[in-house]
Write a new protein. Structure first.
Length: 266
């Protein structure tokens, strides 16, 4: 299938957006595309049903359109399943019985599921904390699919933007005023000559003690502070809201030495 160059460029932009979004990019696991994502390629028929349906059948849910045709089968299986509520019951119907023809390969689809990350550690701690995957919780996000890899990335980025905001790790919105004013300060402020050993005459860079480290966990929690106020979060993640707000409170526990530096650049 031919893909035009404009679509490829849009796909690159979409991938870069996904890779740098503070809700998806914990930068711990080293995934090849971006963290917080699951991708899958599947052979499908003309109806978009995967090859699994060829053997496993197609799931039909009680209460959804057309389910009445199979009411007798629902009732039969329900008698053997006393745990599953009727409103959620589903059965698998053979593909050929459902559509009147066998499953035939037509095209490949690219499916994805995303997860947003929440840093549970100390946002002002050293980099070891931010690189510890045990301190990053994951929650389900948008999912979908498309007929090409490029369209999949574009669709994924659009849904992530809608659900989690149009942000990246360098977005000023995610930084407090003090850090906005401070972030241009050089990482290194001078050079120290090496006076002994085989490197005599060379020099090494000295880390600027007035430079504040801003790791992914800090921007992630600042993103979470914005996220909990969105309708999407309130609708889908109300159950975890108390936990999210406890995590956000960690932003107020600024270490004294860090606060001293921040005060100089207000």
């Amino acid at each position: 299938m031919n893909i035009d160059q404009n679509k490829r460029i849009k796909a690159i932009t979409a991938l870069n957006f996904l890779r740098s979004h503070p809700a998806l990019n914990a930068d711990v696991f080293g995934d090849s595309l971006f963290e917080g994502a699951w991708f899958h390629m599947e052979k499908c028929c003309k109806r978009g049903k995967s090859e699994y349906c060829k053997k496993g059948g197609v799931s039909i849910w009680r209460g959804r359109k057309g389910w009445e045709k199979y009411k007798d089968q629902f009732e039969k299986e329900y008698k053997d399943d006393v745990i599953t509520p009727k409103s959620l019951q589903q059965i698998d119907i053979p593909y050929e019985q459902l559509y009147g023809e066998p499953w035939v390969f037509d095209h490949v689809e690219y499916w994805y599921e995303t997860s947003f990350c929440v840093f549970t550690g100390n946002p002002y701690g050293d980099i070891k904390q931010h690189m510890d995957y045990l301190k990053w919780a994951k929650y389900a996000g948008p999912e979908g699919g498309a007929n090409t890899f490029e369209d999949m990335l574009i669709d994924c980025a659009q849904k992530v933007k809608k659900a989690f905001g149009d942000f990246d790790d360098y977005n000023d919105f995610l930084l407090p005023e003090e850090i906005k004013n401070h972030k241009e300060i050089s990482f290194f402020n001078n050079f120290k000559p090496i006076k002994s050993g085989k490197h005599k005459g060379c020099s090494r860079m000295i880390h600027n003690k007035n430079r504040l480290d801003i790791y992914n966990g800090l921007t992630n929690i600042r993103w979470l502070k914005w996220f909990v106020e969105t309708d999407y979060c309130k609708k889908n993640w109300d159950y975890y809201m108390k936990d999210f707000k406890k995590i956000i409170k960690k932003l107020d526990k600024i270490p004294e030495k860090r606060q001293e530096i921040l005060n100089r650049y207000k």
